[in-house]
Design a protein around this ligand. Structure first.
Ligand SMILES: C[S@@+](CC[C@H](N)C(=O)[O-])C[C@H]1O[C@@H](n2cnc3c(N)ncnc32)[C@H](O)[C@@H]1O
Length: 316
């Protein structure tokens, strides 16, 4: 347990076959709130830099990130002029009064009643305005994928590949729509960096069917994790399993230095790889350990040969 920047240096040099992680994205989650943008950049840059000596030559560093950020910008011109008809401001008091009078109304009915959009109702009630509205300060978009590429290159890696993880939008089953031309965030990137050296290309790691369904494909359609009740930003087990199966062999060591709920560790156990996980928050360390234990139990009840897993578990 601890800060990745302090613990990565303790890992044996040239020992990691694959490092796969999803860092704090700088989108306001509780575990990144203390960072400003420069501090966030320094964190990711430093973590990537510290990977180079501990990775095996020919090994891979794989970073999963939603690379689009938004920053309020007072100087950004408005994309749209104020619409006078819509300028009748609906206040939080208006919404609460309407709600008290019609307690069974949903936000669409409230919007119709008050002559505004359902987004306005939502914003008034929850104070949220994720990607900027017509009357608030404009938000400028910043794509950070280029920064990740630059930090990987500076550390000595080569950017080897880039895939897209296409998720279902969280509101897929609701009539949500946007009043701007901006899209809904429904995919993330997977950047694969290579540490130069001989790499074993073993096409037998996955089946012929898996090669055609996802191994050679640039877009991976995997539903996002819906039950984020114990951790707010888990990636799906399937995502970690694919990366591990594709880029490592049985017995290899897989690292996740932002391990959160332990998804990468669980996938490593399932695929017979050893793992190292780093996490700064004690409650997630406990959660990750619990997930590893449960995964091992599920494996043992499925009657698989566990000799390798005994070794994995006792060594970490
Ligand atoms: C995007 S989440 C990773 C979620 C994980 N992939 C999963 O499936 O559960 C990032 C994690 O990094 C942790 N974290 C943030 N800063 C850290 C640091 N400096 N060192 C280690 N862990 C950190 C957070 O507590 C959080 O659990």
């Amino acid at each position: 347990m601890g800060d990745a920047r302090e613990l990565l240096g303790a890992i044996e040099p040239e020992s990691i076959a694959l490092s796969f992680w999803s860092p704090p994205y700088f989108v306001g989650k509780h575990y990144e709130k203390h960072l400003d943008f420069d501090e966030w950049k320094n964190l990711i840059k430093e973590v990537i830099k510290q990977h180079f000596p501990i990775m095996k030559t020919g090994g891979f560093l794989v970073v999963n990130i939603a690379d689009i950020l938004c920053f309020k910008d007072e100087k950004m011109p408005r994309i749209q002029a104020h619409n006078i008809r819509r300028m009748r401001t609906v206040t939080i008091e208006d919404v609460l009064k309407a709600q008290a009078k019609h307690p069974n109304y949903n936000r669409y009915q409230l919007a119709e009643l008050l002559g505004c959009s359902e987004q306005t109702i939502d914003r008034r009630l929850r104070g949220n305005n994720v990607r900027g509205g017509k009357y608030g300060t404009q938000t400028r978009v910043k794509v950070v994928g280029g920064l990740i590429e630059e930090w990987g290159n500076t550390a000595g890696f080569y950017l080897y590949d880039r895939r897209i993880w296409s998720k279902d939008p969280a509101w897929q089953n609701s009539p949500w729509h946007t009043l701007s031309y901006r899209s809904v965030d429904e995919f993330e990137y997977i950047y694969t960096f290579w540490k130069p050296g001989v790499t074993k290309i073993d096409r037998n790691r996955i089946t012929r069917k898996e090669w055609s369904e996802w191994g050679s494909r640039g877009v991976w359609k995997i539903a996002s994790v819906r039950s984020n009740d114990d951790h707010p930003a888990k990636f799906p087990l399937e995502l970690a399993i694919r990366i591990i199966k594709l880029l490592t062999s049985a017995g290899d060591i897989v690292l996740d230095c932002f391990i959160g709920s332990g998804t990468t560790a669980a996938a490593s156990i399932l695929e017979g790889r050893k793992y190292i996980g780093i996490e700064i928050d004690e409650k997630y360390v406990k959660l990750a350990k619990k997930n590893c234990k449960r995964t091992l139990q599920e494996l043992s009840s499925s009657n698989r040969d566990l000799s390798l897993y005994d070794e994995i578990h006792s060594s970490h």
